[in-house]
Write a protein that binds this ligand. Structure first.
Ligand code: B12
Ligand code: SF4
Length: 622
């Protein structure tokens, strides 16, 4: 493996930029030590102790920071990683009182800051909704170490770079991937190179935001094995999960993430990968990837991996080689691909190799069941290819397959959304994620429809969830639901004009109906003949139900599935049934039950689907 960073020629910069940079750098110290910070991913006032104890929040190891810390290592600068998300989740399990949680992360940050007088503080900022946490962390650093240089990087820092420096939250933003940019930055700071750093955004002496040249095609083969010593990698499973897949595997199973490729062959208009990572896909050496996994397995007891790749099976031959090496060198480990695989690229030999190497499940993105929408968003698949894949997947019931749909894309009509519902019920994959479209900065759709951003929503704050990534009512869970006259709900959504572009409030109800029918009333596990599928369905629903302790539909289906498997003692079944009944007692769930009759599951009956909706899909037989 190599840590060698590729160097490109850059024209000698115009004098102003260089002067501005030199003036900005003056007074900062970059050699004493670097503190690399992952910010809390959950808004502190919404952190729930029970969910934290159930490990229902995402606990992703800060993979980007491990890569950066490898660069600091190569540069000879001491670096420490502070994962404030880990700190917050750990504290949330003990006491989720906002005051206690806040004190915990501030203490952890202050302890790291105390180790240096003028550290170089690098803060990762991945998601727009975490801006309040990002801001609070930057302000705390400024307060404690006013002369420290603060830099931000990450997908959202890249998209919002000008704002962050204008607000004075940070001194520099490093856009795009950080390894090469950091190395170039240090060479400049150390006077080893005349050329300006790349991908750097800052303010000049007049307060104007300036940028250095953009570069997006850097090397990807880094050896980050030693960097895992800087985080409590063996402990992440104790504070949260990385996906419903990791939870299905058992919440006591230590997990880690791994990245084999950067970029994606496609360029979907709602996705920022191309703008962030650049064109094409850069593939790591297979040996390096598998050695990293072996290291994690042997040294830290990691048993389960999740890929962070955007295009995991790009380069069929190297993918096959990688899966085969994993099967050979890491027998018994499991893995999942929560970030999704391009369905059209999955061939039978890839499926075989995936299964043999320990894959327990993965997602694929179809996004829409409407051909016009698919073309418009430039999704690299056709409906025919998707259905071909869906048939293939039926032959591999051990791997739990979920498919992603987006509803509410700009200008998407209700009739087109119905096509997605039809595709979901026809494909009969194990689970369907219906996401409400959210504007993501730095994507082709955002650029085209920028003005829409204030009408869109953010997802539910870092809580693990496969279906309700958007709960009908946020913050208060299912407690504060109010029906309203101008929005159709339940099966009445089918009466909407197919040509209409639904409002955001209407979309929530469409989401609820699609989700309830496709994932609960007609979940394939409810009718499947395959025992493995039934067992997987139970595991999936069990872990989902822990992350959504108030959801009555989940509890009713779970009861039904356990009864179907006929392995649960009568007393335990009765306990489940009573639990579901208790969830159904709220006004919210009473209203929902009147629409969808989910409580029929508790009598051992699969609820019928209203014929108005049933006519858009074919009811599964048997
Ligand atoms: C893991 C992951 C998640 C995890 C959370 C990760 C975490 N930290 O907690 C979960 C599953 C929770 C998640 C959720 C979502 N995600 Co996500 N996720 C990812 C994923 C797959 C991997 C991230 C990663 O680790 N990458 C690998 C490391 C090496 O890269 P990195 O973190 O970007 O770090 C590099 C650079 O950014 C930079 N860098 C980072 N910080 C800093 C700091 C400094 C100072 C410097 C110099 C450099 C630097 O250098 C690093 C090394 O090159 C990415 C896709 C991808 N492959 O990156 C999507 C991605 C980040 N997610 C995305 C999206 C859309 C979402 C969701 C909205 C999806 C949804 N509909 O639910 C939600 C939003 C969650 C929220 N809170 O709002 C988008 C982009 C979002 C954006 N802001 O533009 C991405 C890019 C996927 C995509 N295809 O579009 N996600
Ligand atoms: S296939 Fe997935 S990762 Fe690739 S561009 Fe489309 S949405 Fe993004």
């Amino acid at each position: 493996m190599v840590n060698e960073l590729m160097v490109v020629g850059t024209k000698r910069p115009a004098g102003h930029l260089q002067e501005a940079l030199d003036a900005r750098l003056a007074g900062f110290e970059f050699e004493e030590g670097a503190i690399l910070v992952q910010i809390p991913q959950v808004p502190l006032d919404l952190l729930e102790g029970e969910v934290a104890r159930n490990r229902g929040y995402f606990a992703y190891p800060p993979q980007g920071l491990l890569y950066l810390s490898a660069v600091f290592g190569a540069l000879g600068v001491e670096a420490r990683i502070v994962d404030l998300n880990f700190v917050v989740l750990e504290q949330g399990q003990k006491s989720a009182e906002p005051r206690d949680v806040e004190r915990a992360w501030r203490d952890a940050l202050d302890t790291a800051l105390e180790a240096y007088t003028r550290p170089f503080v690098c803060v990762s900022f991945m998601f727009d909704p975490t801006y309040p946490q990002f801001r609070a962390v930057c302000e705390e650093v400024r307060r404690r170490r006013p002369t420290a240089c603060i830099a931000a990087g990450g997908v959202n820092a890249t998209a919002d770079a000008a704002r962050l420096v204008e607000e004075g939250l940070v001194d520099f933003v490093f856009t795009n991937e950080g390894e090469y940019s950091l190395e170039r930055f240090y060479r400049y700071v150390r006077g080893q190179r005349d050329e300006l750093p790349v991908n750097l955004v800052f303010r000049d002496a007049d307060g104007a935001v300036v940028r250095t040249e953009e570069f997006r095609d850097a090397a990807v083969d880094f050896d980050i094995r030693e960097q895992y010593d800087r985080i409590a990698i063996a402990e992440y499973h104790r504070v949260g999960s990385i996906s419903n897949f990791s939870r299905m595997n058992g919440i006591e199973v230590p997990f880690a993430t791994v990245l084999a490729k950067r970029g994606c062959r496609a360029q979907c208009t709602f996705c920022g990968v191309r703008n962030f990572n650049g064109k094409g896909v850069r593939v790591r050496e297979v040996d390096g990837v598998v050695e990293e996994m072996e290291h994690l397995h042997r040294k830290f007891g990691i048993q389960h991996f999740d890929w962070l790749d955007d295009d995991l099976v790009f380069d069929r031959q190297s993918s096959l080689r990688m899966f085969r090496q994993i099967a050979e060198r890491l027998p018994g480990v499991t893995w999942a691909a929560n970030n999704g695989i391009i369905a059209a690229a999955i061939t039978p030999d890839i499926m075989d190799a995936m299964q043999a190497s320990g894959c327990i499940g993965f997602k694929v993105g179809l996004e829409s069941g409407n051909p016009e929408v698919l073309r418009k968003v430039k999704k690299p698949t056709s409906l025919d290819k998707f259905y071909e894949f869906a048939v293939l997947a039926q032959g591999y019931p051990k791997m739990f397959v979920a498919v992603n749909f987006i509803i509410g894309l700009p200008e998407e009509r209700f009739g087109q959304m119905l096509d997605s519902f039809t595709a979901a019920t026809r494909a009969r994959l194990d689970w369907n994620n219906f996401y409400l479209y959210q504007h993501i900065k730095n994507t082709a759709l955002y650029i085209a429809y920028g003005g829409l951003s204030d009408t869109t929503e953010t997802i539910e704050h870092g809580r693990e969830g496969e279906g309700p990534n958007m709960n009908p009512v946020r913050g208060g869970g299912f407690r504060n639901y109010r029906s309203s006259d101008d929005v159709r709900s339940g099966y009445d959504v089918i009466e909407l004009d197919p040509e209409t572009v639904p409002s955001r409030r209407q979309l929530r109800e469409i989401w609820f109906t699609f989700n309830t029918v496709a994932n609960f009333l007609r979940m394939p596990a409810v009718t499947t003949d395959s025992e493995i599928r039934l067992r997987n369905g139970i595991r999936w629903m069990e872990v989902l139900s822990q992350a959504y302790p108030e959801d009555a539909a989940m509890a009713c289906v779970l009861y039904f599935l356990r009864r179907r498997l006929a392995e649960t003692a009568a007393s335990e079944l009765e306990r489940l049934r009573q639990g579901a009944r208790a969830r159904l007692a709220s006004d919210y769930w009473k209203a929902r039950d009147r629409s969808f009759a989910v409580s029929a599951f508790l009598d051992g009956v699969v609820p019928p689907v209203d014929p108005r909706l049933a006519r858009v899909f074919t009811e599964p037989q048997g």
